[in-house]
Design a protein around this ligand. Sequence first.
Ligand code: MET
Ligand SMILES: [Zn+2]
Length: 325
Amino acid sequence: MARLALKQLLQENPRKVLVLDGGQGTELERRGINVANPVWSTIPFIDDAFWSESSAERKIVEEMYRDFMKAGAEILMTVTYQASFKSVSENTPITTLSEYNSLLTRIVDFARGCVGEDKYLIGSIGSWGAHVCCEFTGDYGPNPETIDYYEYFKPQLENFNKSPQIDVIAFETIPNIHEIKAILSWDETILSKPFYIGLSVDDNGLLRDGTTMAEIAEFIKSVGDKINPNFTLLGINCVSFNTSSDILASIHKVLPDMPLLVYPNSGEVYDAERKVWHPNGDKSNTWDLVVKRYIEAGARVIGGCCRTTPEDITEVSEAVKKYSE
Ligand code: MET
Ligand SMILES: [Zn+2]
């Protein structure tokens, strides 16, 4: 393997900040792929035609990876946010575990082929809430503590655990404290690879279910040494651009030794009535400014989530160079 283990890289180079890619799902949509379906951006891979050399959609995905890398991304994701076994088996012709594993392995190997051996590859897993569209409300019903999170994640997790191509597993957009507690209760037999948790946080800096960052920190501290040593980074993703640096600083304050990661949305504001995006009204907030603040707040991995493009990642890389070296 051409690259150092991610944890080793972060530990041995305390000033190193890795640039992550941007919002893949929205970027593929911007490039013409219709992602409006229950498995979202994983849809192109479901069609057998994708795997032929001449596939136009395949070219689009390859170009997306190429452009994020040109922009400076050093750690990139698989396009598997909505690809849990439940979502795939209930909404596509792929219904058996063995077909599902072949699909995931194909997607992961394809992503590795696109990014090459030098880059880090993240196996993306959306929150439990993502399959029922509540990753931005955190409303997991009346008994969120009784949900069997492991059963839901297991097939995707086992595939990624075994994959020699995946460097780190991502639990993205996690909005509920019970889900965080479940993930952090899993030992190395269940989560045998480095992993991170991206929290889904509102504009007031609360987890979407209302939990404070201090409460999350208390929980992590209460697990203490028993925490899975593969727990590598904690952070926020798919959060408001304008408030993201304050939120990250609030996590750094309560967990000063935890390596953090952050990839916010583009800063545009969605008008749900007219179904259009408006530009960020706060012109004083630039990538240069927020990246500087992220690094001051302990960020070790920085990129973009929904609606961020290779142009955004270029600005992220320039700012990372300026403030981390
Ligand atoms: C809804 S958050 C989506 C995160 C995912 N990694 C993507 O950008 O495609
Ligand atoms: Zn997002």
